[in-house]
Design a protein around this ligand. Structure first.
Ligand code: GLY
Length: 368
């Protein structure tokens, strides 16, 4: 029997997150939501399509009026307005109207892009998140952030659009390659660091099982992680304040992602950005030196990077200024007061940011 968690929006129950280990219960969920008389478009990328596209399409065809599939090329470079236009065209050709529904089947790119199409097609239609990566299950499928990149700037165009349902099939975690899997883990660690020291300790205690992808432990981990995310987005759904805490590691992380031309995964950049943020926190005497090194080294057993080569620290600093996480001219930087407690800080200077970037920069020439 699947477990579930309800997420409220503006203090009213809004959508369920369903935790499952198969596809079958998705059918019951669609029936439960009264969607069987609707046309459904399964939106997915070429990688996920090869794994689960047909199974999900068949399941949806069996219980809904009509099911079609929109497949776009995999990769962050396709998370843009061109793919959005292709999706609009497809939906128009398939005569989708305002009552019809999209299902985002895949990772963060698919969820964000499909959500944005759902938010804007015919001024908004329903959509369901079916995240298949650890990153999407832990983070991006929850909370209604949707959007695409614009001219290399991450998530520059987007909208808040709550899904009707988030359906997670944990079995999908088995088909992720190691790099994808551990990249997603960075967002889970982030939830412990910003809000829940007990969860952070639990992650350390269960390190071996997590790395071995023990499904029971992964289920428990995701449920705990989703509770943190749920509580934050319920309090501040449109990021007027506290939701910004979820951006720990993202200001510098996004800058590295762009500078490296998306060659590093999002979670890898978040790990690097978190080490840098912890460094600033130490230098501002919020964290002790021991805490900084503990946080930094905690990423290592999960195969996440704590240093990066081939960057220009000055360029990264410049790129942090074009990230969205700004408040007027100042950057809303997320710092750590201790493990389990993050704060928003708008006083971090360029020099402090630059020193933090240098801390994570591995200069090959200097180390020859
Ligand atoms: N991924 C950060 C947020 O949902 O606000």
């Amino acid at each position: 029997m699947a477990q579930r968690l309800n997420v409220s929006y503006n203090r009213k129950p809004c959508y369920d997150i369903v935790f499952s280990t198969g596809w079958n219960e998705l059918k019951e969920e669609l029936q439960e939501l009264g969607l069987t008389e609707r046309k459904i478009c399964v939106c997915t990328d070429s990688n996920v399509d090869a794994l689960y596209g047909e199974a999900v399409l068949k399941l949806v065809s069996d219980c809904c009026k009509k099911a079609v599939k929109f497949v776009f090329p995999a990769g962050e470079e396709h998370k843009n307005l061109d793919t959005v236009k292709d999706a609009y065209r497809f939906l128009i050709e398939e005569h989708f109207d305002r009552k019809d529904v999209l299902i985002a089947l895949g990772g963060g790119v698919t969820g964000d892009l499909t959500g944005y199409v759902a938010a804007t097609y015919l001024r908004g239609i329903d959509f369901i998140q079916v995240p298949t990566t650890l990153l999407a299950q832990a983070d991006s499928s929850i909370g209604g952030k949707t959007g695409v990149d614009f001219e290399g700037y991450k998530n520059m165009v987007g909208a808040f659009k709550m899904p009707r349902l988030v359906y997670m099939n944990f079995e999908t975690l088995k088909t992720l390659d190691d790099r994808q899997f551990f990249s997603g883990f960075a967002e889970i660690m982030k939830h412990g660091l910003i809000k829940d020291a007990e969860f952070y300790e639990w992650l350390i205690e269960n390190m071996y099982e997590i790395c071995e992808r023990d499904l029971d432990v992964l289920s428990e981990m995701l449920m705990k992680s989703c509770v943190v995310k749920k509580l934050v987005v319920e309090k501040d759904p449109t990021e007027q304040g506290e939701r910004a805490l979820l951006n720990l590691g993202h200001t510098i992380g996004h800058a590295i992602e762009k500078a490296k031309n998306f060659e590093l995964f999002h979670g890898e950049c978040v790990a690097l950005g978190t080490v840098a943020a912890a460094y600033v926190s130490w230098k501002k005497e919020l964290l002790s030196m021991e805490e900084f090194y503990e946080i930094r080294d905690m990423f290592v057993p999960f195969y996440l990077p704590i240093t990066v080569e081939g960057i220009d620290p000055e360029e990264i600093l410049k790129l942090t200024k074009s990230d969205k996480k700004k408040d007027g001219d100042s950057i809303r930087f997320i710092l750590l007061k201790k493990i389990g407690k993050a704060v928003i800080d708008t006083t971090v200077t360029d020099e402090e940011i630059l020193n933090a970037i240098k801390e994570i920069y591995f200069d090959e020439e200097a180390n020859d």
